[in-house]
Ligand binder design. Structure first.
Ligand code: IVH
Length: 669
């Protein structure tokens, strides 16, 4: 056959495959068997191997063109799936307990449920009247993907539970993972066991999932109708009775000292386990206490993951590059000779900042110790000075940002010291490096969560000049993109779908997505709760009423200054205005049927048996709000021990009702 004929035949096969992909992934109505489909794939791959001139972006050899469909139906979790904060040593554990004591405003003896932290993928299983009706991935914690059929292929997951005491309506949560030995057999396809579990769970075709030996271990619940169980350890026992697998190493322990001893022992023993474990999870065993403690923005106050210590290795620094972050921080990154650290090949390690390079005297060509723990970015710990070359010179940290602007070190008013971090001053979207990071932040999980548009794609589109500002994402030329290398009709339609989906966003997420320094998720939520709608938010900004935000408990001078600085730049305001006209930004869903609706409160003095934080969440759970200054808008001033006289005086002058802690709690029964 001539080359042209081979090419023609190859193209026909590719088109054939594309059609079957479409029938399968988009229409869910395959016209051929899996075997026939695999044969077409094999023929294409054989042809490519034989004739090096054959290439197509839709080839099965190209993972992008053949990525599993990302268009799973999404579902909002009835109870959020949050992550855990990490502890790396006894200090962190002591801090964890201290925060609990502060929140409760007293010291107590704590009993912990201790559970190995398997490094897999979490999943939530909804059972109604004993039947598994839905299974979802964690997703962004608020919304997950419906992957019921895939989860049903896992042998450890019961489809029907007949025990009399099994709750009528419950979400069972746990970890999907693959054992180390099984992973070895698949090694060519996935980087590590965690990726293997996640990749196979998200196959559009459950038959593909079934091929991978996945396991499920249950450890907690989400929604739980009329829960009568009092302890996490009892819940685990119930899980076992209902037919779930639970971890055989679960334990109940009492003091930090005991936790520490068990951690040490388990850290050594973990290599004998059949699966990867990256730490231990400690949960307060008393479920009533768990409820009282509640959550911060991302994680529960009642649990923590105690990680195992980092793996480390020595390597050589080949180069030092400067990366610019979203807030303009210049981070030096060492490009090192690739080295295997605890099963992962590492070729980059962070050097943190300019001061750290000076302190450790890190130079090009140095032999350095690099550490890596779990999913934390690897970092350089020290230099092996014995191996340093005589001619090596100190590293001079650049004073200019790669964009060309001069950088600065900020002076901290409180510590009276210059910042360790050098920054490119944020001039809106003028610094190209900051701009691209801002767009990456805009699409990230906790912001607009555009999952078809990853960080790599943003960089790619940036280089192709398809995007310069966040709003450009909503005006992409899909026809043009489908012609790019690595893009097929399927991946473009996935992209369009997830971009369209992201247009509906809540106010707090939107404020967070803007990427204003010092406005993280928690603060974005406070601003959203206060302003209630995007119109109000923009009005306050437009009229420069930044000081109004000082009414919000939790927002201080740092945040106000950052907001002012951000919006001093006219182009920033224009971008936000433009985005607000393109997106459907929903008002924050507030709990509107509580007893304290439309009532504002403020505290002065120390409360007994309860911290301010807990008091605030009690008020908010009952639809009230907490403010931080005495003015006409305040309805009740709650007085604890040793109140500030000035505040009480002012409240009296303004005729504001004054309540003792007891009177206030009586309002709530
Ligand atoms: S409890 C809010 N228990 O760790 C409670 N999580 O960083 C969070 N994990 O997404 C879950 N073993 O994937 C819990 N015994 C265990 C766990 C566990 C592993 C994972 C899970 C979760 C992540 C939290």
């Amino acid at each position: 056959m001539k080359d042209v004929e081979i090419k023609k035949y190859y193209r026909e096969k590719i088109n054939e495959l594309k059609n079957h992909n479409k029938l399968y992934f988009e229409k869910s109505s395959p016209k051929i068997s899996d075997k026939e489909y695999d044969e077409i794939k094999k023929e294409i791959l054989d042809l490519e191997n034989k004739f090096s001139f054959l290439k197509s972006s839709s080839s099965p050899s190209n993972s992008l063109g053949f990525a599993p469909s990302k268009n799973f139906i999404k579902s909002t979790h009835r109870v959020k799936m949050l992550s855990l904060s990490n502890a790396f040593g006894i200090k962190d554990l002591e801090n964890f307990e201290k925060k609990i004591f502060n929140y409760l405003n007293k010291r107590i003896d704590i009993e912990y449920s201790v559970e190995p932290k398997i490094d897999g993928i979490s999943a939530s299983l909804t059972y109604k009247n004993g039947l598994l009706v839905m299974g979802t991935s964690r997703g962004d914690g608020t919304t997950g993907e419906v992957i019921t059929e895939n989860l049903k292929t896992i042998n450890d997951i019961p489809h029907k539970i007949t025990n009399k005491d099994f709750p009528k309506d419950i979400d069972i949560r746990g970890e999907v993972f693959i054992e180390k030995d099984d992973f070895k057999k698949l090694k060519n396809d996935f980087a590590n066991p965690r990726n293997a579990a996640s990749g196979s769970l998200r196959q559009k075709n459950p038959l593909e999932t079934k091929k991978i030996p996945l396991n499920f271990i249950a450890y907690t619940y989400g929604y739980f109708e009329s829960n009568k169980i009092k302890k996490q350890s009892d819940f685990l026992i119930s899980l076992k009775k209902w037919g779930f697998k639970i971890n055989e190493h679960n334990k109940v322990l009492k003091t930090i000292k005991d936790l520490e001893i068990f951690h040490k022992q388990f850290e050594n023993d973990r290599f004998n386990l059949k699966y990867d474990v990256d730490g231990l999870v400690y949960k307060i065993n008393n479920l009533d206490l768990q409820n009282r403690l509640g959550f911060t923005a991302n994680s529960p106050r009642w649990a923590i993951a105690h990680k195992f210590s980092a793996d480390s290795a020595y390597s050589i620094i080949k180069d030092i590059n400067i990366q610019v972050g979203r807030t303009g921080a210049l981070t030096p990154v060492a490009r090192i000779k690739p080295v295997n650290i605890g099963g992962v090949v590492v070729s980059n390690a962070t050097l943190h900042n300019e001061d750290e390079i000076i302190r450790k005297d890190i130079r090009l060509g140095d032999t350095v110790k690099v550490e890596r723990a779990g999913d934390v970015i690897p970092h350089v710990v020290l230099v092996d000075l014995k191996k340093r070359k005589k001619e090596s010179k100190k590293f001079v940290f650049p004073k200019k940002c790669p964009c060309g602007f001069d950088t600065i070190k900020e002076f901290n008013k409180f510590t009276k010291k210059y910042d360790a971090v050098r920054r490119c001053p944020d001039r809106g979207f003028e610094c190209e490096k900051i701009a691209v990071e801002k767009i990456k932040h805009f699409i990230s999980k906790e912001a607009l969560n555009i999952d078809g548009l990853g960080k790599k794609v943003v960089e790619n589109f940036w280089n192709l000049k398809l995007i310069r500002y966040p709003q450009d994402i909503f005006n992409l030329d899909y026809a043009k993109i489908s012609k790019f290398d690595g893009w097929g009709d399927l991946s473009v339609s996935n992209l369009k779908y997830s971009i369209d989906q992201s247009k509906k966003v809540s106010l707090d997420r939107f404020i967070y997505s803007i990427g204003i320094r010092h406005i993280g998720i928690e603060n974005a939520k406070l601003l959203a709760e206060y302003t209630k709608s995007i119109t109000n938010f923009l009005n306050l900004i437009k009229n420069k009423k930044f000081n109004e935000f000082l009414n919000i408990d939790g927002i201080g001078e740092t945040q106000i200054n950052s907001l002012k600085k951000f919006f001093e730049n006219k182009s920033n305001y224009k971008i936000i205005e433009k985005l607000s006209s393109m997106l459907n930004i929903s008002d924050l869903k507030l709990n509107k049927d509580g007893k304290l609706l439309n009532n504002t409160f403020m505290f002065t003095g120390k409360l007994s048996n309860m911290s301010r934080a807990e008091a605030k969440s009690l008020i908010e759970e009952n639809s009230g709000s907490v403010v931080s200054s005495v003015n006409k808008k305040l309805k009740y001033l709650i007085i604890g021990e040793k109140p500030t006289n000035r505040k009480v005086q002012k409240a009296k002058e303004l005729g504001i009702k004054i309540l003792s802690q007891k009177e206030w709690l009586n309002l709530l029964n």
